[in-house]
Ligand binder design. Structure first.
Ligand code: ADE
Length: 233
């Protein structure tokens, strides 16, 4: 799978993908992440990417031409195995289900919005979809793109050592959809007087399984009661 990121801050992506599972997968050739500088697709001496909003108002708006030019150059043979995504707070909410869906594409192009907005013709006529990573406003789409890439990349076959570990965790357990993960413990069995649940040290796999299911339900009820509501419906 190939991820293409279009940004005016290419340097931003030094770091997030240099460590951990995604970095190792890229080194092993399971996926590729290409960062593109939007200014490379401007036509003027000043490499202008933004302009004042029609109708007035604060801030600057990203111009459509460089973004269209960038996507059309990156995907000259664009087809249904490709997906062009605009990151913005106005998008549909990204979640694990969306991550699974996106992991089936061959190439993802992620357009990072900036400033006060992106000319709407990008959302209307260039992007296949507009995604938000949450109901808060970031100063740009770069962090959002990094979040989407991380969540999608780890679902790509061969990226996690153990295929099961992606499937088993929160939100994706086929037996317990939309449940938070159960609490985990490791050594020491007692730390500052707080003990790890004894059942986890018992070696009784059936009891451990039951305890985990129960603990996951309890934690979900406490932290995210609305997920249990969804489960009932
Ligand atoms: N850009 C600014 N805020 C964002 C958000 N919440 N999600 C995606 N892109 C954004």
């Amino acid at each position: 799978m190939v991820f293409h990121v279009i940004t005016i801050f290419p340097e931003f992506f030094r770091g997030p993908f240099d460590y951990g599972v995604v970095a190792r997968a890229a080194q092993a050739g399971k996926l590729r992440i290409e960062i593109h500088n939007l200014r490379d697709w401007t036509g003027d001496r000043h490499k202008t990417v933004d302009d004042r909003p029609f109708g007035g108002g604060e801030g600057m708006v990203l111009k459509p031409e460089p973004i269209f030019h960038a996507v059309e150059s990156i995907l000259p043979d664009r087809n249904e195995q490709d997906r062009v995504i605009l990151l913005s707070p106005q998008g549909r909410l990204f979640d694990q289900r969306e991550a699974v869906r996106l992991s089936r594409y061959r190439r993802l192009v992620l357009i990072c919005g900036r400033y006060e907005g992106v000319d709407e013709r990008v959302a209307e006529h260039l992007a296949d979809e507009e995604l938000s990573i949450g109901d808060y406003v970031l100063s740009g789409g770069e962090l959002a793109a990094a979040v989407v890439i991380d969540a999608v990349a780890r679902l790509v076959e061969g990226v996690l050592g153990n295929e099961q570990s992606a499937l088993r965790e929160s939100f994706q357990d086929p037996e317990a959809p939309a449940l938070l993960d159960y609490p985990q413990y490791t050594r020491p069995a007692e730390f500052r007087g707080w003990k790890a649940p004894e059942v986890l040290l018992s070696g009784n796999h059936e009891e451990i399984r039951r305890w985990r299911r129960q603990a996951a339900l309890a934690k979900t009820a406490r932290m995210r009661p609305e997920l249990l509501e969804k489960l009932r419906n």
